[in-house]
Ligand binder design. Sequence first.
Ligand SMILES: [Zn+2]
Length: 312
Amino acid sequence: MNNKFQRKSSSARRRCFYLAGSFAVALFLPPFSSAGRADDAKSAEITLVHKERSLQPGEAVLVEMQSSQPLQNLHVEAFGRQFPAFPENGKMVWTGILGIDLEIKPGRYAMTVKGAASDGSSVTARKYLQIIGKKFPARHLSVDEKFVSPGKKALARIEAERKKVNAIFASVTPEKIWSGRFEPPVPGKVISEFGKRSIYNGKPRSPHSGVDLKGATGTPIRAPNAARVVLAEDLYYSGNTIILDHGLGLFSYLAHLSEYLVKEGDRVKPGDLIGKVGATGRVTGPHLHWTVRLIGTRVDPLSLIEILGERE
Ligand SMILES: [Zn+2]
């Protein structure tokens, strides 16, 4: 990171305008000290807009950036994380997706765009997001006690699986495998919403980090977008589980399957048959649990569908 650049922010030229329902702020920063350079090459200027269902915990946010010059690279920093961006229509229009994690606290957060122009000079733009709190309702579930108070042997297995899954979610495949919009993996309606506080047999557990979609055992599950299969195995809580790597730190996690029809390393296209709905793991009945992880953040899969809904 170029610190010289950060210090120049006070002399930055700012412009504000209203576009597509969002405020956009362009922040121009010269790549070098204005006193020390004789060349008058104009640095890239970036304007940005963001689109979302709401600025609340568990929401995905689409960030669209327009540069005045072609860029080599660009990313967005927010909530202490670095979200990749990708070019569209050449190197002047870039898109990124941010995740507002399920447990982010309400408040004002900076969203900073950073990158490099084709001449190597740094570019940046900043905007602030006001995150509004959200109260998630509770859900009470009755399951086999082994899923609420697991024994010592089960706890060791749970811990090993947790580490393995977290390592997958912490990885970022530089290739953008997904494209266009996301589609629900089964057509069934939502039977348990994202973010609900989960109380199993009267004991509070982790909040619901995905959506539960209705589906009878054997219902075909289709890839919500293009991906590489990075896990297909039986996990203690999730039962038969598939994790799809859509690239750029975006993952789908599909749980409680009766069977999976793909294996680790497989490439899948949008809509490919990958498994069947079941009732394996910690469940009260057959359904499909779908979690989306984006640079580690837990976001409602339906918010991802919505922000990308009109794209080709
Ligand atoms: Zn679920």
